[in-house]
Design a binder for this molecule. Structure first.
Ligand code: ATR
Length: 496
Protein backbone atom coordinates (compact mmCIF):
# COMPACT_ATOMS: atom_id res chain seq x y z
CA UNK A 1 0.00 0.00 0.00
CA UNK A 2 1.02 3.59 -0.61
CA UNK A 3 0.50 6.06 2.22
CA UNK A 4 0.61 9.77 1.48
CA UNK A 5 2.18 11.75 4.32
CA UNK A 6 0.32 15.04 4.51
CA UNK A 7 2.46 17.90 5.70
CA UNK A 8 0.55 21.06 4.83
CA UNK A 9 -0.20 23.67 7.47
CA UNK A 10 -3.97 23.56 6.99
CA UNK A 11 -6.53 20.76 6.83
CA UNK A 12 -7.94 22.17 3.59
CA UNK A 13 -4.55 22.17 1.89
CA UNK A 14 -4.01 18.55 3.00
CA UNK A 15 -7.40 17.53 1.62
CA UNK A 16 -6.58 19.17 -1.70
CA UNK A 17 -3.36 17.17 -1.97
CA UNK A 18 -5.18 13.98 -1.01
CA UNK A 19 -7.75 14.63 -3.75
CA UNK A 20 -5.07 15.36 -6.32
CA UNK A 21 -3.30 12.06 -5.55
CA UNK A 22 -6.30 9.88 -4.77
CA UNK A 23 -5.78 7.57 -7.75
CA UNK A 24 -2.27 6.64 -6.53
CA UNK A 25 -2.75 6.18 -2.77
CA UNK A 26 -4.35 3.67 -0.40
CA UNK A 27 -4.21 5.63 2.83
CA UNK A 28 -3.06 8.92 4.27
CA UNK A 29 -1.04 9.99 7.25
CA UNK A 30 -1.87 13.37 8.76
CA UNK A 31 1.27 14.86 10.28
CA UNK A 32 -0.31 17.06 12.94
CA UNK A 33 3.08 18.54 13.84
CA UNK A 34 3.04 20.36 10.47
CA UNK A 35 -0.45 21.84 11.01
CA UNK A 36 -1.09 25.33 12.37
CA UNK A 37 -2.37 24.91 15.92
CA UNK A 38 -5.56 26.76 14.91
CA UNK A 39 -6.44 23.63 12.87
CA UNK A 40 -6.33 21.19 15.80
CA UNK A 41 -10.05 21.57 16.59
CA UNK A 42 -10.96 20.30 13.14
CA UNK A 43 -8.81 17.16 13.22
CA UNK A 44 -11.75 14.83 13.90
CA UNK A 45 -13.31 15.81 10.54
CA UNK A 46 -10.38 14.52 8.47
CA UNK A 47 -11.10 10.77 8.20
CA UNK A 48 -14.58 11.36 6.76
CA UNK A 49 -13.45 14.17 4.51
CA UNK A 50 -10.46 12.18 3.22
CA UNK A 51 -12.54 9.11 2.45
CA UNK A 52 -9.49 6.89 2.91
CA UNK A 53 -8.04 5.06 5.94
CA UNK A 54 -6.13 7.64 7.96
CA UNK A 55 -3.14 7.55 10.29
CA UNK A 56 -3.06 10.18 13.02
CA UNK A 57 0.54 11.18 13.70
CA UNK A 58 1.74 13.98 15.94
CA UNK A 59 5.46 13.46 15.87
CA UNK A 60 7.65 14.54 18.79
CA UNK A 61 10.56 16.85 17.90
CA UNK A 62 13.01 14.12 18.96
CA UNK A 63 11.49 11.85 16.29
CA UNK A 64 11.54 14.41 13.50
CA UNK A 65 8.41 16.39 14.48
CA UNK A 66 8.57 20.05 13.49
CA UNK A 67 6.38 21.66 16.16
CA UNK A 68 8.84 22.31 18.94
CA UNK A 69 6.72 24.76 20.90
CA UNK A 70 4.11 22.31 22.19
CA UNK A 71 4.48 20.31 25.41
CA UNK A 72 4.13 16.55 25.40
CA UNK A 73 0.93 16.78 27.45
CA UNK A 74 -0.64 19.20 24.99
CA UNK A 75 0.43 17.00 22.08
CA UNK A 76 -1.20 13.94 23.62
CA UNK A 77 -4.35 15.92 24.47
CA UNK A 78 -4.70 17.03 20.83
CA UNK A 79 -4.50 13.41 19.66
CA UNK A 80 -6.93 12.23 22.32
CA UNK A 81 -9.49 14.79 21.20
CA UNK A 82 -8.96 13.97 17.53
CA UNK A 83 -9.67 10.26 18.11
CA UNK A 84 -13.41 10.81 17.96
CA UNK A 85 -13.05 11.25 14.19
CA UNK A 86 -12.71 7.49 13.63
CA UNK A 87 -9.07 7.15 12.65
CA UNK A 88 -8.00 3.73 11.35
CA UNK A 89 -4.52 4.07 12.85
CA UNK A 90 -2.61 6.21 15.31
CA UNK A 91 1.19 6.44 15.35
CA UNK A 92 2.71 6.49 18.83
CA UNK A 93 6.44 6.42 19.54
CA UNK A 94 7.69 3.29 21.27
CA UNK A 95 9.17 5.30 24.15
CA UNK A 96 5.71 6.58 25.12
CA UNK A 97 5.42 5.96 28.86
CA UNK A 98 3.76 8.92 30.51
CA UNK A 99 0.34 8.43 32.08
CA UNK A 100 -1.19 10.63 29.41
CA UNK A 101 0.41 8.61 26.61
CA UNK A 102 -0.69 5.30 28.13
CA UNK A 103 -4.19 6.70 28.48
CA UNK A 104 -4.11 7.76 24.83
CA UNK A 105 -3.16 4.22 23.80
CA UNK A 106 -6.05 2.79 25.84
CA UNK A 107 -8.47 5.29 24.35
CA UNK A 108 -7.25 4.48 20.83
CA UNK A 109 -7.80 0.76 21.36
CA UNK A 110 -11.25 1.43 22.83
CA UNK A 111 -12.09 3.52 19.74
CA UNK A 112 -11.00 0.70 17.40
CA UNK A 113 -7.98 2.69 16.23
CA UNK A 114 -5.01 0.41 15.59
CA UNK A 115 -1.76 1.55 17.20
CA UNK A 116 1.38 1.82 15.08
CA UNK A 117 4.24 1.70 17.58
CA UNK A 118 7.09 3.53 15.91
CA UNK A 119 10.69 4.46 16.32
CA UNK A 120 13.00 6.64 14.25
CA UNK A 121 16.73 6.62 13.92
CA UNK A 122 18.09 9.57 11.93
CA UNK A 123 21.69 8.56 12.52
CA UNK A 124 21.88 5.00 11.21
CA UNK A 125 20.37 1.52 11.29
CA UNK A 126 20.29 0.04 14.81
CA UNK A 127 21.83 -3.38 15.25
CA UNK A 128 18.70 -4.82 16.85
CA UNK A 129 16.26 -3.51 14.23
CA UNK A 130 14.12 -6.63 13.74
CA UNK A 131 14.25 -7.58 17.43
CA UNK A 132 13.05 -4.17 18.52
CA UNK A 133 10.21 -4.30 16.01
CA UNK A 134 9.18 -7.79 17.13
CA UNK A 135 9.24 -6.56 20.72
CA UNK A 136 7.10 -3.56 19.68
CA UNK A 137 4.52 -5.83 18.11
CA UNK A 138 3.65 -7.05 21.63
CA UNK A 139 2.31 -10.32 20.26
CA UNK A 140 0.54 -8.64 17.33
CA UNK A 141 -1.21 -6.11 19.51
CA UNK A 142 0.50 -3.20 17.73
CA UNK A 143 1.89 -2.60 14.25
CA UNK A 144 5.62 -2.01 14.70
CA UNK A 145 7.14 0.70 12.55
CA UNK A 146 10.75 1.77 12.06
CA UNK A 147 12.16 4.56 9.91
CA UNK A 148 15.94 4.42 9.92
CA UNK A 149 18.74 6.20 8.09
CA UNK A 150 21.01 3.88 6.06
CA UNK A 151 24.39 5.52 5.43
CA UNK A 152 25.78 2.73 3.26
CA UNK A 153 24.82 -0.29 1.20
CA UNK A 154 25.73 -2.45 4.20
CA UNK A 155 23.02 -0.57 6.13
CA UNK A 156 20.54 -0.99 3.28
CA UNK A 157 21.20 -4.73 3.31
CA UNK A 158 20.54 -4.78 7.06
CA UNK A 159 17.13 -3.26 6.39
CA UNK A 160 16.54 -5.95 3.76
CA UNK A 161 17.57 -8.62 6.30
CA UNK A 162 15.22 -7.20 8.92
CA UNK A 163 12.41 -7.44 6.36
CA UNK A 164 13.29 -11.08 5.83
CA UNK A 165 13.30 -11.84 9.55
CA UNK A 166 9.98 -10.08 10.06
CA UNK A 167 8.38 -11.74 7.03
CA UNK A 168 9.66 -15.15 8.12
CA UNK A 169 8.22 -14.59 11.54
CA UNK A 170 4.88 -13.65 10.06
CA UNK A 171 4.74 -16.72 7.87
CA UNK A 172 5.75 -18.94 10.80
CA UNK A 173 8.90 -20.21 9.09
CA UNK A 174 12.25 -20.20 10.90
CA UNK A 175 10.62 -21.83 13.96
CA UNK A 176 8.77 -18.66 14.93
CA UNK A 177 5.24 -20.12 14.79
CA UNK A 178 3.23 -19.35 17.86
CA UNK A 179 0.41 -21.43 19.23
CA UNK A 180 -1.44 -18.42 20.61
CA UNK A 181 -1.84 -16.71 17.26
CA UNK A 182 0.55 -14.69 15.19
CA UNK A 183 3.44 -12.85 16.78
CA UNK A 184 3.29 -10.30 14.03
CA UNK A 185 0.99 -9.66 11.11
CA UNK A 186 1.74 -6.20 9.77
CA UNK A 187 4.85 -4.09 10.10
CA UNK A 188 6.25 -0.94 8.52
CA UNK A 189 9.94 -0.56 7.75
CA UNK A 190 11.61 2.03 5.56
CA UNK A 191 15.10 3.44 5.08
CA UNK A 192 15.33 7.20 4.78
CA UNK A 193 17.67 9.35 2.67
CA UNK A 194 18.99 8.66 -0.81
CA UNK A 195 20.65 5.35 0.16
CA UNK A 196 17.27 4.23 1.53
CA UNK A 197 15.29 4.94 -1.65
CA UNK A 198 15.28 1.27 -2.82
CA UNK A 199 13.78 0.27 0.55
CA UNK A 200 10.96 2.77 0.06
CA UNK A 201 10.20 1.49 -3.45
CA UNK A 202 10.40 -2.16 -2.29
CA UNK A 203 8.75 -1.63 1.12
CA UNK A 204 5.72 -3.79 0.29
CA UNK A 205 7.58 -6.16 -2.05
CA UNK A 206 10.02 -6.97 0.76
CA UNK A 207 7.10 -7.72 3.09
CA UNK A 208 6.11 -4.48 4.79
CA UNK A 209 2.59 -3.12 5.02
CA UNK A 210 3.16 0.17 3.23
CA UNK A 211 5.51 2.85 2.05
CA UNK A 212 5.27 6.54 2.82
CA UNK A 213 5.46 9.25 0.19
CA UNK A 214 5.05 13.02 -0.08
CA UNK A 215 3.37 15.18 -2.66
CA UNK A 216 3.01 18.54 -1.01
CA UNK A 217 5.30 21.48 -0.62
CA UNK A 218 7.37 19.78 2.10
CA UNK A 219 8.98 16.35 2.12
CA UNK A 220 7.68 14.59 5.26
CA UNK A 221 10.89 12.61 5.59
CA UNK A 222 14.16 12.48 3.62
CA UNK A 223 14.00 10.34 0.48
CA UNK A 224 10.24 10.46 -0.04
CA UNK A 225 9.13 9.83 -3.62
CA UNK A 226 5.90 11.22 -5.03
CA UNK A 227 2.90 8.86 -5.20
CA UNK A 228 2.63 9.36 -8.97
CA UNK A 229 6.28 8.34 -9.41
CA UNK A 230 5.85 5.26 -7.20
CA UNK A 231 2.94 4.11 -9.36
CA UNK A 232 3.79 5.42 -12.82
CA UNK A 233 7.56 4.92 -12.82
CA UNK A 234 8.10 2.07 -10.36
CA UNK A 235 4.78 0.20 -10.69
CA UNK A 236 4.83 -0.09 -6.87
CA UNK A 237 1.67 -2.14 -6.44
CA UNK A 238 2.73 -4.84 -8.91
CA UNK A 239 6.07 -5.56 -7.22
CA UNK A 240 6.69 -8.63 -5.09
CA UNK A 241 9.58 -10.59 -3.64
CA UNK A 242 9.63 -12.50 -6.96
CA UNK A 243 10.16 -9.40 -9.09
CA UNK A 244 13.48 -9.22 -10.91
CA UNK A 245 15.55 -6.30 -9.64
CA UNK A 246 17.63 -4.16 -11.99
CA UNK A 247 19.20 -0.85 -11.13
CA UNK A 248 21.87 1.75 -11.46
CA UNK A 249 24.86 2.01 -9.12
CA UNK A 250 26.77 5.23 -8.64
CA UNK A 251 27.25 8.14 -6.31
CA UNK A 252 25.49 10.46 -6.76
CA UNK A 253 22.74 8.67 -8.65
CA UNK A 254 19.44 10.24 -7.67
CA UNK A 255 19.56 12.70 -10.58
CA UNK A 256 19.79 9.84 -13.10
CA UNK A 257 17.11 9.51 -15.80
CA UNK A 258 17.89 5.80 -16.16
CA UNK A 259 15.09 4.64 -13.80
CA UNK A 260 12.55 6.46 -15.99
CA UNK A 261 13.98 4.99 -19.18
CA UNK A 262 14.32 1.37 -17.97
CA UNK A 263 11.12 1.21 -15.93
CA UNK A 264 9.14 2.45 -18.94
CA UNK A 265 10.63 -0.40 -20.98
CA UNK A 266 9.83 -2.88 -18.17
CA UNK A 267 6.23 -1.69 -18.29
CA UNK A 268 5.87 -1.80 -22.06
CA UNK A 269 7.26 -5.36 -22.08
CA UNK A 270 4.95 -6.36 -19.16
CA UNK A 271 7.91 -7.75 -17.18
CA UNK A 272 7.73 -8.56 -13.47
CA UNK A 273 10.75 -6.38 -12.72
CA UNK A 274 11.84 -3.04 -11.36
CA UNK A 275 14.84 -0.78 -11.96
CA UNK A 276 16.07 0.99 -8.80
CA UNK A 277 18.56 3.77 -8.07
CA UNK A 278 21.28 2.48 -5.72
CA UNK A 279 23.44 5.27 -4.31
CA UNK A 280 26.45 3.28 -3.21
CA UNK A 281 30.14 3.35 -2.40
CA UNK A 282 30.08 -0.44 -1.94
CA UNK A 283 29.11 -1.95 -5.31
CA UNK A 284 30.74 -5.24 -4.29
CA UNK A 285 28.09 -5.76 -1.60
CA UNK A 286 25.27 -5.48 -4.09
CA UNK A 287 26.97 -7.94 -6.42
CA UNK A 288 27.51 -10.48 -3.66
CA UNK A 289 23.87 -10.28 -2.50
CA UNK A 290 22.33 -10.70 -5.95
CA UNK A 291 20.56 -13.96 -5.16
CA UNK A 292 18.75 -12.65 -2.06
CA UNK A 293 17.83 -9.35 -3.67
CA UNK A 294 16.76 -10.89 -6.99
CA UNK A 295 19.31 -8.56 -8.59
CA UNK A 296 19.96 -9.45 -12.24
CA UNK A 297 21.40 -6.38 -13.90
CA UNK A 298 23.06 -3.09 -13.11
CA UNK A 299 23.92 0.04 -15.01
CA UNK A 300 27.14 1.54 -13.70
CA UNK A 301 27.89 5.22 -13.50
CA UNK A 302 30.38 7.63 -11.91
CA UNK A 303 32.54 6.80 -9.96
CA UNK A 304 32.33 3.03 -10.40
CA UNK A 305 32.90 2.42 -14.12
CA UNK A 306 36.57 1.50 -13.69
CA UNK A 307 36.29 -0.21 -10.33
CA UNK A 308 33.54 -2.69 -11.16
CA UNK A 309 35.47 -4.25 -13.99
CA UNK A 310 37.66 -5.85 -11.32
CA UNK A 311 34.58 -7.02 -9.40
CA UNK A 312 32.92 -8.85 -12.30
CA UNK A 313 33.51 -12.60 -12.69
CA UNK A 314 34.15 -12.04 -16.39
CA UNK A 315 34.29 -9.11 -18.78
CA UNK A 316 33.52 -8.50 -22.41
CA UNK A 317 36.39 -7.58 -24.81
CA UNK A 318 35.08 -4.03 -25.04
CA UNK A 319 35.44 -3.56 -21.27
CA UNK A 320 39.02 -4.75 -21.48
CA UNK A 321 39.84 -2.38 -24.35
CA UNK A 322 37.96 0.66 -23.06
CA UNK A 323 38.95 0.05 -19.46
CA UNK A 324 35.47 0.86 -18.19
CA UNK A 325 32.35 -1.16 -17.53
CA UNK A 326 28.92 0.47 -17.61
CA UNK A 327 26.77 -2.67 -17.55
CA UNK A 328 26.76 -5.71 -15.28
CA UNK A 329 24.60 -8.74 -15.93
CA UNK A 330 24.09 -11.56 -13.43
CA UNK A 331 23.63 -15.11 -14.64
CA UNK A 332 20.61 -16.38 -12.72
CA UNK A 333 21.86 -19.98 -12.55
CA UNK A 334 25.44 -19.31 -11.45
CA UNK A 335 25.03 -15.86 -9.86
CA UNK A 336 28.15 -14.81 -11.75
CA UNK A 337 28.43 -11.25 -12.99
CA UNK A 338 29.65 -10.34 -16.45
CA UNK A 339 30.72 -6.82 -17.34
CA UNK A 340 29.92 -5.10 -20.63
CA UNK A 341 30.39 -1.66 -22.11
CA UNK A 342 27.39 -0.39 -24.06
CA UNK A 343 28.62 3.22 -24.35
CA UNK A 344 30.52 2.54 -27.58
CA UNK A 345 27.52 0.76 -29.11
CA UNK A 346 25.28 3.66 -28.10
CA UNK A 347 27.78 6.12 -29.55
CA UNK A 348 27.69 4.45 -32.98
CA UNK A 349 23.91 4.26 -33.21
CA UNK A 350 23.28 7.81 -34.51
CA UNK A 351 26.07 7.31 -37.06
CA UNK A 352 24.28 4.38 -38.70
CA UNK A 353 24.09 4.94 -42.43
CA UNK A 354 27.16 7.19 -42.50
CA UNK A 355 30.19 5.87 -44.31
CA UNK A 356 32.94 5.54 -41.73
CA UNK A 357 35.48 3.01 -42.98
CA UNK A 358 38.83 4.51 -44.05
CA UNK A 359 37.56 8.04 -43.45
CA UNK A 360 39.06 10.56 -41.06
CA UNK A 361 37.66 11.37 -37.63
CA UNK A 362 38.76 13.99 -35.14
CA UNK A 363 38.19 13.26 -31.44
CA UNK A 364 38.45 16.15 -28.98
CA UNK A 365 39.40 15.02 -25.47
CA UNK A 366 41.26 12.00 -24.14
CA UNK A 367 39.42 11.03 -20.96
CA UNK A 368 37.26 8.03 -20.11
CA UNK A 369 34.46 8.97 -22.50
CA UNK A 370 36.95 9.49 -25.35
CA UNK A 371 38.26 5.93 -24.87
CA UNK A 372 34.84 4.44 -25.67
CA UNK A 373 34.49 6.77 -28.68
CA UNK A 374 37.96 5.98 -30.06
CA UNK A 375 37.37 2.24 -29.54
CA UNK A 376 34.11 2.48 -31.50
CA UNK A 377 35.58 4.54 -34.36
CA UNK A 378 38.72 2.42 -34.77
CA UNK A 379 36.50 -0.67 -34.77
CA UNK A 380 34.62 0.89 -37.71
CA UNK A 381 37.91 1.30 -39.57
CA UNK A 382 38.19 5.08 -39.19
CA UNK A 383 41.48 6.96 -39.28
CA UNK A 384 41.33 8.79 -35.93
CA UNK A 385 43.21 11.88 -34.73
CA UNK A 386 42.86 12.67 -30.99
CA UNK A 387 43.53 16.18 -29.68
CA UNK A 388 43.52 17.07 -26.02
CA UNK A 389 44.56 19.85 -23.65
CA UNK A 390 47.17 17.52 -22.12
CA UNK A 391 48.96 16.21 -25.17
CA UNK A 392 50.52 13.27 -23.31
CA UNK A 393 47.08 11.82 -22.57
CA UNK A 394 46.10 12.07 -26.23
CA UNK A 395 49.38 10.44 -27.27
CA UNK A 396 48.90 7.62 -24.79
CA UNK A 397 45.26 6.99 -25.81
CA UNK A 398 46.25 7.08 -29.48
CA UNK A 399 49.01 4.56 -28.83
CA UNK A 400 46.51 2.17 -27.21
CA UNK A 401 44.35 2.17 -30.33
CA UNK A 402 46.96 2.56 -33.07
CA UNK A 403 46.00 6.08 -34.11
CA UNK A 404 47.44 9.62 -33.90
CA UNK A 405 47.21 12.04 -31.00
CA UNK A 406 48.61 15.20 -29.45
CA UNK A 407 47.82 18.71 -28.21
CA UNK A 408 45.39 21.16 -29.81
CA UNK A 409 48.27 22.64 -31.83
CA UNK A 410 48.01 19.62 -34.14
CA UNK A 411 44.90 21.28 -35.55
CA UNK A 412 46.96 24.25 -36.74
CA UNK A 413 49.35 22.00 -38.62
CA UNK A 414 46.84 19.90 -40.50
CA UNK A 415 44.96 20.55 -43.72
CA UNK A 416 42.94 17.38 -43.19
CA UNK A 417 39.21 17.58 -43.57
CA UNK A 418 37.38 15.45 -41.03
CA UNK A 419 33.99 14.06 -42.09
CA UNK A 420 33.38 13.39 -38.38
CA UNK A 421 34.36 15.63 -35.43
CA UNK A 422 33.51 14.31 -31.95
CA UNK A 423 33.58 16.41 -28.78
CA UNK A 424 34.06 14.20 -25.69
CA UNK A 425 35.12 16.62 -22.94
CA UNK A 426 32.77 18.00 -20.31
CA UNK A 427 33.25 21.55 -21.63
CA UNK A 428 29.97 23.21 -22.56
CA UNK A 429 27.88 21.08 -20.22
CA UNK A 430 25.29 22.87 -18.07
CA UNK A 431 25.76 25.16 -16.27
CA UNK A 432 28.87 26.28 -18.20
CA UNK A 433 27.13 26.36 -21.55
CA UNK A 434 29.41 29.01 -23.08
CA UNK A 435 32.48 26.73 -22.88
CA UNK A 436 33.89 25.17 -26.02
CA UNK A 437 37.23 23.29 -26.13
CA UNK A 438 37.81 24.36 -29.79
CA UNK A 439 36.20 27.82 -30.10
CA UNK A 440 38.15 28.75 -33.21
CA UNK A 441 37.62 25.47 -35.07
CA UNK A 442 37.20 26.13 -38.77
CA UNK A 443 34.25 23.95 -39.81
CA UNK A 444 33.92 23.74 -43.58
CA UNK A 445 30.27 22.72 -43.38
CA UNK A 446 30.69 19.16 -44.68
CA UNK A 447 31.54 17.70 -41.26
CA UNK A 448 29.19 15.81 -38.99
CA UNK A 449 29.73 17.37 -35.55
CA UNK A 450 28.89 15.09 -32.65
CA UNK A 451 28.92 16.21 -29.00
CA UNK A 452 28.37 13.50 -26.40
CA UNK A 453 26.89 16.10 -24.00
CA UNK A 454 23.06 16.14 -23.89
CA UNK A 455 22.48 19.04 -21.49
CA UNK A 456 22.18 21.54 -23.08
CA UNK A 457 20.69 20.06 -26.24
CA UNK A 458 22.95 22.26 -28.34
CA UNK A 459 26.38 23.03 -26.90
CA UNK A 460 28.48 25.99 -28.01
CA UNK A 461 30.54 23.47 -30.03
CA UNK A 462 27.44 22.20 -31.85
CA UNK A 463 26.11 25.73 -32.36
CA UNK A 464 29.33 26.82 -34.09
CA UNK A 465 29.26 23.68 -36.29
CA UNK A 466 25.62 24.25 -37.19
CA UNK A 467 26.22 27.85 -38.15
CA UNK A 468 28.87 26.61 -40.60
CA UNK A 469 26.24 24.31 -42.15
CA UNK A 470 27.32 21.03 -40.51
CA UNK A 471 25.05 18.18 -39.54
CA UNK A 472 24.97 18.03 -35.74
CA UNK A 473 24.28 15.23 -33.25
CA UNK A 474 24.05 15.64 -29.46
CA UNK A 475 24.55 13.01 -26.75
CA UNK A 476 20.92 12.11 -26.22
CA UNK A 477 20.61 9.43 -28.94
CA UNK A 478 23.81 7.85 -27.56
CA UNK A 479 22.36 7.83 -24.04
CA UNK A 480 19.16 6.24 -25.28
CA UNK A 481 20.93 3.70 -27.51
CA UNK A 482 23.30 2.54 -24.77
CA UNK A 483 20.26 2.02 -22.54
CA UNK A 484 18.52 0.02 -25.29
CA UNK A 485 21.55 -2.26 -25.47
CA UNK A 486 21.70 -2.54 -21.67
CA UNK A 487 18.04 -3.47 -21.51
CA UNK A 488 18.58 -6.14 -24.14
CA UNK A 489 21.47 -7.57 -22.09
CA UNK A 490 19.42 -7.42 -18.86
CA UNK A 491 16.17 -8.87 -20.17
CA UNK A 492 16.53 -10.06 -23.76
CA UNK A 493 13.71 -7.65 -24.57
CA UNK A 494 13.45 -4.65 -26.84
CA UNK A 495 13.27 -1.12 -25.50
CA UNK A 496 11.09 0.90 -27.89
P1 ATR B 1 35.26 11.62 -18.82
O1 ATR B 1 35.23 10.26 -18.23
O2 ATR B 1 33.95 12.35 -18.80
O3 ATR B 1 35.86 11.63 -20.20
P2 ATR B 1 37.76 12.58 -17.76
O4 ATR B 1 38.33 11.21 -17.90
O5 ATR B 1 38.05 13.34 -16.51
O6 ATR B 1 36.18 12.52 -17.88
O7 ATR B 1 38.19 13.45 -19.03
C1 ATR B 1 37.87 14.79 -19.14
C2 ATR B 1 38.31 15.28 -20.52
O8 ATR B 1 37.90 16.65 -20.63
C3 ATR B 1 39.81 15.27 -20.71
O9 ATR B 1 40.10 15.12 -22.08
C4 ATR B 1 40.19 16.68 -20.22
O10 ATR B 1 41.42 17.17 -20.71
P3 ATR B 1 42.79 16.89 -19.89
O11 ATR B 1 43.14 15.47 -20.14
O12 ATR B 1 43.77 17.87 -20.44
O13 ATR B 1 42.47 17.16 -18.43
C5 ATR B 1 39.06 17.46 -20.83
N1 ATR B 1 38.93 18.76 -20.15
C6 ATR B 1 38.42 18.97 -18.93
N2 ATR B 1 38.47 20.29 -18.64
C7 ATR B 1 39.03 20.91 -19.72
C8 ATR B 1 39.34 22.27 -20.06
N3 ATR B 1 39.07 23.25 -19.21
N4 ATR B 1 39.87 22.53 -21.27
C9 ATR B 1 40.12 21.53 -22.14
N5 ATR B 1 39.87 20.22 -21.89
C10 ATR B 1 39.31 19.91 -20.70
Amino acid sequence: MICLSCTETSIDANLQIINKNREFIDLVEIRVDFLNSSEYDGLHTIPDAAGLPCILTFRKPADGGINTSISNEERVAVMLKALEGGWRYIDIEDDADTDAELQLMKAAEAAGTRIILSFHDFTGVPANLAERMIENSKGDRYIPKAAVMPESTADLLRIFDAHRQLSDMRSGSQGFSCTNGPLLSDYILVGMGSVGVPSRIMASAWGGMLTFCSAGSTEAAPGHISPAELVNVYNYNALSGESIVLGIIGNPVMHSRSPNIHNAAIKSNSLDAVYLPFETDQPELLLSHSAELGLRGLSVTIPHKQRVKGLADSIDNSVQAIGACNTLVCNSSTNEWRGYNTDWIGFLKPLEGMELENRKALVIGAGGAARAVVYALVKQGMDVLIVNRSSEKAISLAADFGCRGGGFELLDDTDDCFPLVVQTTSLGMEPNIEDNPVPGFDFSGVETAYDIIYTPEKTAFLASAESAGCRIINGFPMLKAQAVEQFRLFTGCVME
